[in-house]
Every structure is written in C-alpha cells, then in structure tokens.
Ligand binder design. Sequence first.
Ligand code: BV8
Length: 239
Amino acid sequence: MIAKAKHLLDSCLESGGHIVVLTGAGISAESGVPTFRGEQGLWRNYRPEELATPQAFFRDPKTVWEWYNWRRSLIAECVPNAAHHALVALEKRAAKFTLLTQNVDGLHALAGSQNVYEVHGSIWKVRCTNCGSEVVDRAQPHSTVCAGCGGLTRPGVVWFGEALDEAVLGAAFEALSSCDLMLVIGTSALVQPSASFADIALARGASVININLEENPLVRPGILSLLGKAGELLPRLLG
Ligand code: BV8
C-alpha cells in the first residue's frame, strides 16, 4: 500500500500538481498533545463536546478557561514531531501546497509549514466577547479580561455549533477545487465540515490518501488508506 501511495505522491510532485493536506489531532499525538477522542481526550470527566461550545463557555467561563489554560500549558511543552517536519519538507518539494489543519496547537507553523489554514482557530489566540479584538497571547494562564475594554475574553477557537471563519473556509474550498492529491492525516473524520473535505477532493477527481492510526470513515473503496503512526508513515512515504 505504501508503494502505491508513494507512486501517487511522486507522480503528483513530478507533474507539478496541487497537494492539499488535512490534519487532525492524530498528527500531534506523537508530540504529546492529547487527541480529542483518545483516552486522554477526557478531562475531569468532561467530554470536549461538552466544553468546546459557546453555551458551555457563557454558562461557566471559569471552567472552560481552566480547560483551555490546562491545554495551553501542556501544549506549550510540546514540539513538532517527524510528521510535522515531513510536511515541511513536502511543501518545499511541491509546486503547489495547502495545509488545512483542524488542530489549534500551532505545531505546523512551529515546524516551519508556510501555507497553513487553522480551520478551527488557534489556542494561542484570545478574543474579546465584547469588543471583538483578537490577539495572540501565550501568557500562562491567560487573563480573562480584555486589556482594551475590560470585557470577558474567550479562546480564539471555533467551538461546536459555531461557523468556521468565512475567509478560512473559503480558502479551504478554493484549495480543494484545484486539488490533484489530498493527504488526510490523523483525524477521526467525524467533525464537519472538515470531514467532508476528502469527498470534495474526490468529486474534483483528486486522489486521496488517508493516514490514520486506526480505521475511520475514510477507510473505504476509492481512498488509499495507510493505518499506522503518522510520525512513522510520513517519513517513509516521503522517502
Ligand atoms: C459548523 C476547536 C455550522 C476547539 C473543534 C453536519 C453533520 C453532522 C454534524 C454537523 C454538521 N455540521 C455541523 C455539525 C456539528 C459539528 C460536528 O461536526 N459535530 C460532530 C461531533 C458530529 N460541527 C460544528 O459545529 C462545526 N461548525 O459546522 O458550523 C454553522 C454554520 C453557520 C452558523 C452556525 C453554525 C465546528 C466544528 C469545530 C469544533 N471545534 N476544535 C478546540 O480544539 O478546543 S473540533 C475538535 O475535533 C478539534 O479541532 C479536533 O481536531 C477536531 C476533530 O477531531 P480530530 O482532529 O479528528 O481528533 P480525534 O481525536 O477525533 O481523532 C484523532 C485521530 O487520530 C484518531 O482517529 C486516532 O486514531 C488518530 N491517531 C492517534 N494517534 C495517531 C493517529 N493517527 C496517526 N498517527 C498517530 N500517532
């Protein structure tokens, strides 16, 4: 299977095709960042879907900020792994390359990836719920009071039930509309609209390679799936 995937990748690189990559929490797992649906995904008996919502935040901003500050302090200690670095090398070799990530940890940019779209926002961004100002702030823990207007601040991420940033989603659809090869890496492919990106690429006639530790809904005919760790498979795929 990996030989077939390698052939698809090498042909796309040789023909100057557009490679679009979608990553999920699984690509950061080997860096020590807990995945959403793995056993570490639970936090003090809460489930992410219960905390990562505007309702949960406005009902109990203190608890939600505690969860984000815990994640920020944990992610601050994490460094990019071989999978992140492999994508940096791939971007340098590709004629056209777009990286869409569901992750909010910032590890792709830290590794050196350039054309990155954080479709679910960034845990390092903080937005005021009153004046809307948004800053990148790595202070630990982050103050919940806006420096500008004194309003309540929230993490600059997209919660369940919230629309993705229009410009970012537009850029993602734009990239998918000209995609020749799509790599989907480390995602349970359950969260919409990212979970539908592979189908958009297929409809456009692109080839799709799914790299994940375990089976996900993308393990199906028409998609080439490689099951295993991204940190091991990606470096092998890129030779
Ligand atoms: C929206 C930011 C509309 C916060 C996150 C259509 C159909 C059904 C449902 C919906 C739909 N449209 C909307 C919904 C509702 C919802 C949704 O999809 N719900 C799901 C649960 C059914 N979607 C939304 O609400 C989205 N908004 O569509 O808006 C709209 C329009 C107009 C007006 C209003 C609304 C917004 C979704 C964004 C939610 N925010 N994160 C934060 O991070 O704190 S989602 C969250 O899940 C993370 O971003 C995470 O990345 C994402 C997806 O999870 P994964 O990345 O896949 O992570 P997971 O743990 O699940 O899986 C990891 C995988 O890696 C596993 O499979 C594992 O096997 C593998 N793995 C582990 N280790 C490795 C590995 N693989 C390789 N190597 C390894 N070493």
